[in-house]
Design a protein around this ligand. Structure first.
Ligand SMILES: Nc1ncnc2c1ncn2[C@@H]1O[C@H](COP(=O)(O)OP(=O)(O)O)[C@@H](O)[C@H]1O
Ligand SMILES: [Mg+2]
Length: 301
């Protein structure tokens, strides 16, 4: 019997700035969607290998993204599944990825190097998450922006974020105009949210709402010191029975539900129609598992 068709949603997690939660959001979003029964692939496109390390994989220990982009290796030969969150696979990065430019033939169109791998990945995974480097000019970042269907903007609401946010919004507009008109903004998520900085957050959210009406995620990820700690231990919140019950884990689950709802109801979302939060779950075969997670975590919407 042929394997059931996969959904094949490609999501670039981006922001030209570093230290704004891209990697943490990528790995937790994949883990939360995986918990809901979706098959997820993370491609670590950053030579700093943040997602690779966060998932407990020794960078430089494995072939991965560099081979994916410079050879004809099939995806399954490069994915790591051992020790990953449930239903999550990883194509790891390593420092040599920074040499990508010299490794690629001068006749290769650098903006299109992800097209073949993503086409292949779409046949085998429901969600493909691209964790990008904090530099919009990086080859892998440009290729990710050029090839994905969705863009998820990750930011920290810090005083210095205003300029960064404007730059990120301009990058997205430029990509849509010059390179990938079908790229849609899936949403903007704020992480590391400190309950006290409400005025600053309101200002940033206003900026996002003016530029991208309706695209802010309702869910915000609170400041949680457990996150850097877990990243150092090489696991996500969802790989430990204690941490998966924390409020911040529930926030990532809720973010995953918002993502699920937006991609499954693409047209309604893009035209600004209201999306009932639970409707998405009811229509997918994964509904039962995600609802189960709701029950386990005491998360009722
Ligand atoms: N919600 C949060 N609360 C506290 N620290 C966070 C939170 N999200 C991320 N961090 C920490 O902030 C730092 C930068 O996050 P990271 O995801 O690596 O950003 P980026 O990938 O954009 O560089 C990391 O040390 C990470 O553990
Ligand atoms: Mg990162």
């Amino acid at each position: 019997m042929p394997a059931p068709k996969k959904l094949g949603f490609t999501i670039t997690v981006g922001n030209a700035k570093g230290g704004v939660g891209k990697t943490t959001v990528t790995v937790h979003l994949a883990a939360a969607l995986g918990l809901g029964g979706y098959r997820c692939l993370i491609i670590d496109l950053d030579s700093a290998a943040g997602a690779t390390k966060h998932l407990g994989v020794q960078p430089d220990g494995f072939a991965g993204t560099l081979e994916l982009l410079t050879t004809d290796e099939p995806i399954h030969a490069l994915t790591i599944t051992d020790g990953m969150p449930k239903n999550v696979s990883l194509i790891p990065s390593r420092t040599q990825l920074s040499e990508l430019d010299v490794r690629l033939s001068r006749f290769v169109d650098r903006t299109r190097i992800l097209e073949r791998p993503l086409a292949e990945a779409c046949a085998h995974y429901d969600f493909i998450l691209l964790d990008t480097a904090p530099a919009a000019a990086e080859i892998t970042t440009v290729a990710a922006y050029a090839s994905a269907a969705w863009f998820l903007l990750s930011a920290f609401p810090h005083p210095l974020s205003l300029a960064g946010m404007n730059e990120a919004l301009r990058d997205i507009a430029d990509v849509r105009r010059h390179r990938n008109p079908r790229l849609e903004v899936l949403g903007v998520v704020f992480s590391n949210v400190d309950g006290r900085a409400t005025r600053l957050r309101a200002e940033l959210e206003q900026l996002v709402n003016d530029a991208l009406p309706g695209r802010m995620f309702e869910t915000r990820i609170a400041q949680a010191v457990i996150l850097p700690e877990l990243s150092g231990r090489g696991i996500t919140l969802f790989q430990d029975g204690m941490t998966m019950r924390l409020p911040v884990a529930q926030q990532y689950l809720r973010l995953a539900a918002e993502v699920e709802q937006r991609v499954l109801h693409r047209e309604d979302f893009l035209t600004g129609k209201p999306l009932p939060l639970n409707a998405a779950h009811c229509r997918t075969p994964h509904a039962r598992e995600l609802s189960l997670a709701d029950v386990i975590l005491g998360w009722a919407t």
